[in-house]
Ligand binder design. Structure first.
Ligand code: CO8
Length: 260
């Protein structure tokens, strides 16, 4: 298994996948998404004896700090539709994966990074983890399932507040609100995720995969909300505010939004 932006180790039926772009805080660029698709839709499906996956980010600071904003330049509504749909497909592949996938979050899980963590079945946070959906700072809404999955974990009121304020919450609050399953000292998040996977690996594999499928089925409403997110995301991509938000981030200044 060889990837441009992922590192993998495989031992005792547990695959540890590290998103490896620490200089960009592991932001999800096209290549990384394509690597994740290759892994979850092909390579890991054929891995003999696989019982669980840990997904984490390289470096001390971030799990994943979102979609790669440097790739937003020149994005039009059709491009927005395609990118959001592509992300939805990959994140659904993770959510529907036949063995448990645990996000080990040791730092920023923002935007697409929070969305990626939420597509995993369980989240183990280090005490330095920070979660948030800051898309409105860029004149956008989440495009990788965040509007739908955040509600599933923390409820509508808290989700709306996080989505509209762009506030980050720390690991303890994420735990209190149901977004994180566990908080451990920084550096121990992968170990804790492996410990959980080893416990699950002692159970009947078919029962585990059917548990995942059946719990997912509760939330499957023909993907209506997810479809809406793709359409609305593409609308935000058309706006001047989005151009301004992305440019301001790259130019390291505060965005001035005009509401158009
Ligand atoms: N994309 C690209 N580069 C990034 C990103 C990102 N999301 N986040 C950080 N980086 C880069 C920085 O530009 C910087 O690069 P350089 O060293 O070359 O200047 C490097 O990573 C380190 O970052 P900072 O210097 O900013 O580190 P700080 O510790 O000062 O700040 C933060 C850390 C708070 C995480 C800050 O980097 C930040 O605010 N990042 C952006 C977070 C964000 O807005 N994420 C949401 C992106 S939008 C999104 O995810 C939508 C998903 C759906 C998309 C649908 C398809 C298009």
């Amino acid at each position: 298994m060889e990837y441009k932006n992922l590192l993998t180790t495989y031992k005792d039926g547990i695959l540890v996948v590290t998103i490896n772009r620490p200089k960009a805080l592991n932001a999800l660029n096209k290549q990384t998404l394509s690597d994740l698709r290759q892994l979850f839709e092909k390579d890991a499906l054929n891995l003999e004896g696989l019982r669980g996956v840990v997904l984490t980010g390289a470096g001390e600071k971030a799990f994943v700090a979102g979609a790669d904003i440097t790739e937003f330049n020149g994005l039009d509504a059709q491009g927005g539709l395609d990118m959001a749909q592509n992300g939805h497909d990959i994140f659904f592949s993770i959510e529907r994966f036949h063995v448990p996938v645990i996000a080990a979050v040791g730092g920023y899980a923002l935007g697409g990074g929070c969305e990626l963590a939420m597509a995993c079945h369980i989240r183990v946070a280090s005490d330095k983890a920070l979660f948030g959906q800051p898309e409105v700072n860029l004149g956008l809404i989440p495009g990788y399932g965040g509007t739908q999955r955040l509600i599933q974990y923390i409820g509508k009121g808290r989700a709306l507040e996080l989505l509209m304020t762009a506030d980050m919450i720390d690991a303890q609050k994420a735990l209190d609100w149901g977004l994180a399953n566990h908080v451990v000292p920084h550096g121990e998040e992968i170990e804790k995720a492996i410990e959980i996977l080893k416990k699950i690996a002692k159970k009947a594999p078919l029962a585990i995969s059917k548990t995942i499928a059946t719990v997912n089925a509760y939330f499957d409403k023909e993907h209506d909300g997810f479809k809406q997110e793709v359409l609305q995301f593409a609308q935000t991509v058309k706006t001047e505010d989005f151009k301004e938000g992305a440019a301001a981030f790259l130019e390291k200044r505060k965005a001035v939004f005009q509401g158009k």
